[in-house]
Design a protein around this ligand. Structure first.
Ligand code: SAM
Length: 238
C-alpha cells in the first residue's frame, strides 16, 4: 500500500478522517505509525496529499488530512478485455488499474468459459476491491469504470464503433504480421483476447470495425503479462 486511499465516508469532520479494519491494520502493523507521523493518502476520485496521525489505538486511527496534489494522468486508453478466469481476473484488474487504465470493458468471446460469468469476483463490490488494490499500489485515486458485456457480436457491432471513435483501434493477436506500435500520442482502443485467444471470426469482426491486429513477437504471453507489455509499448514512461 503506497498510498492510503480514503473514502468521503471516512471523514468525521473537514480534514479529519478515522480508519478501521484493513487500513487501520496496515498503518499500525506495516507502517507502525505513531502519533505525529505522516502518511501518503489520497481521496477516491480526488487529490493526493498527506495525513498526520493524531491518534492510533488497537481499533482505530485518527488522521489529519491535507490534500493538495492531482493524481497521475490516466492512460488515453479504452481496454476491451475478454473475460479472464476468476483468479487471473483479479490480478489483471489490479495490474490494469495500477497501469492507469480508466475504462475497461470485460467482454465475452468464444473461448471464454461460460462459468466465468458466474464468478462472485465480477460483482461491483469485488471489482472495486481489486481496483482499490491497484490504486493503492500505483499512488493513484481515480477509480476505473468497468463494464460487463456478455455478448460479443452486439457489443462489437453496435457499441464499439462509438466507444472507439477517434481512437487508434488495435487488437493484440499473436498471429499477425504487424508489430504493436510504440509511443502512441493519440487515444487507443485496445482489445485483448482470452487465454485461448480470439477465434478468427472475432478478429474479423474487430477488423470490420477498423481494428488492426498487432503482435508482441513470437512468444505467447499470459493476459496478465501481455497487458503491461502492450501498455508500456504504446505509452512508454516519459
Ligand atoms: N493461443 C492463443 C492465441 O494464439 O491467440 C494465445 C492467447 S494469449 C494467452 C491471450 C491474449 O493475450 C491474446 O489473445 C492476445 O490478445 C494477448 N497476447 C499474448 N501474447 C501475445 C503476443 N505475442 N502478441 C500479441 N498478443 C498477445
Amino acid at each position: 500500500m503506497n498510498l492510503i486511499l480514503l473514502e468521503s465516508s471516512d471523514f468525521v469532520a473537514p480534514g479529519r478522517a478515522v480508519l478501521f479494519g484493513r487500513r487501520h491494520q496496515h498503518i499500525t502493523e506495516v507502517h507502525r505509525a505513531q502519533a505525529g507521523e505522516q502518511l501518503k493518502v489520497g481521496l477516491v476520485n480526488g487529490e493526493i496529499g498527506h495525513a498526520t496521525v493524531r491518534q492510533a489505538d488497537a481499533e482505530r486511527v485518527e488522521l489529519d488530512v491535507a490534500l493538495h496534489q492531482a493524481p497521475p494522468p490516466a492512460l488515453p486508453l479504452t481496454m476491451v478485455l475478454a473475460l479472464p478466469r476468476p483468479k487471473m481476473l483479479k490480478r489483471t484488474i489490479q495490474h490494469a488499474t495500477a497501469l492507469g487504465v480508466k475504462k475497461l470493458y470485460l467482454v465475452n468471446a468464444y473461448r471464454v468459459e461460460k462459468s466465468y460469468w458466474q464468478s462472485p469476483w465480477l460483482t461491483e463490490d469485488k471489482l472495486r476491491e481489486q481496483c482499490i488494490l491497484g490504486l493503492e499500489q500505483a499512488v493513484d485515486t481515480i477509480m476505473p469504470q468497468i463494464e460487463l458485456r456478455k455478448r460479443f457480436k452486439p457489443f462489437v457491432e453496435d457499441e464499439l464503433p462509438a466507444i472507439a471513435a477517434d481512437s487508434l483501434k488495435l487488437v493484440a493477436h499473436p498471429v499477425t504480421d504487424a508489430p504493436c506500435p510504440v509511443d502512441i500520442h493519440t487515444p487507443v482502443t485496445l482489445a485483448v483476447g482470452p487465454e485461448g485467444g480470439f477465434i478468427p471470426y472475432e478478429v474479423d469482426k474487430l477488423q470490420e470495425q477498423g481494428f488492426s491486429a498487432v503482435h508482441l513477437g513470437p512468444r505467447i504471453l499470459r493476459v496478465e503479462t501481455a497487458l503491461p507489455v502492450l501498455l508500456s509499448r504504446l505509452f512508454p514512461a516519459r
